[in-house]
Design a binder for this molecule. Structure first.
Ligand SMILES: [Zn+2]
Length: 260
């Protein structure tokens, strides 16, 4: 028994000696180096769905460019005024094809500001509210048609948030059927410029209670243009719409410089 013990002791001693002498090395596990992919650059075009209408339709806005000069263009805040929708989509295509336009600029596009109204071909949203009377403004009127309070409607709140988030230098909202360029806030020079690029006359209609023009134009001091297309624009194909009114939108984006 004593001899067995001495054998084990000898083996252990040998192991310790070998280990101390560096002859025994523990197994080398491979070192796993994680190669991280390069950071993804911020996309030139960001598309996000944040807003939802009363009937849960998405309100999709697109942001092009990363510059500090911001133009916000929307259509169909009155759902039965649809001619602006293909025009805004066509503008997006144009800006993607002409990225030099987006240098130092950002363009926020909301092609359908009243999705429920567009779906039912109605001026109003699904609760019968005129969204263009639902903004906070000193001239707002609380009513069943304009909303019992300002920003009572999710669609209006979404547009209000976009204006706060992007702080646009100018806003264009496309309407029908008055066939003119109406303007609110410090926007006469911009309205003049846009009128040079289309056949619509300037017409100062006056800020309506709780309208986008009253809120963003008069109250916040942002130039707001209501681009009022004629009723006949409903029957125009997208290319004809673009030829007639696209240059005025491009001039708004390029402002204060002249669009080429
Ligand atoms: Zn309208």
């Amino acid at each position: 028994m004593k001899r067995q013990h001495s054998h084990i002791l000898a083996a252990c001693t040998l192991y310790v000696v070998l280990a101390l002498a560096g002859c025994y090395k523990p197994v080398d596990y491979p070192v796993i180096v994680k190669v991280l992919p390069p950071p993804i650059p911020e996309p030139e075009t960001a598309r996000s769905i944040i807003g939802k209408s009363i009937e849960n339709r998405p309100m999709v806005h697109t942001v092009l460019g990363r510059g500090t000069d911001v133009t916000f263009i929307m259509a169909a805040i009155h759902g039965n005024e649809k001619a602006g929708i293909p025009l805004v989509h066509r503008l997006e295509k144009f800006l993607q094809e002409n990225p030099e336009m987006l240098e130092k600029r950002k363009v926020v596009l909301l092609p359908i500001a009243n999705p429920d109204g567009v779906a039912s071909n109605s001026r109003y949203n699904a609760r019968g509210i005129d969204l263009n009377r639902n903004f906070p403004a000193p001239n707002r009127i609380n009513s069943s048609r304009f909303g019992r309070i300002a920003l009572s409607e999710p669609e209006t709140r979404f547009i209000f948030q976009l204006i706060r988030q992007y702080a646009p230098d100018r806003i264009v909202s496309i309407h029908q059927p008055l066939a003119c360029i109406d303007y609110d806030g410090p926007s006469q020079a911009l309205a003049n410029r846009m009128a040079e690029y289309c056949n619509l006359p300037l017409k100062k209609i006056g800020a309506k209670p709780g309208s986008l023009g009253s809120h963003a134009g008069v109250m916040l001091g942002i130039p707001v243009i209501s681009l009022e297309l004629p009723k006949s624009a409903d029957s125009f194909r997208s290319e004809r719409l673009w030829q007639q009114y696209g240059p005025a939108l491009v001039a708004a984006v390029a402002y204060p410089y002249r669009a080429k």
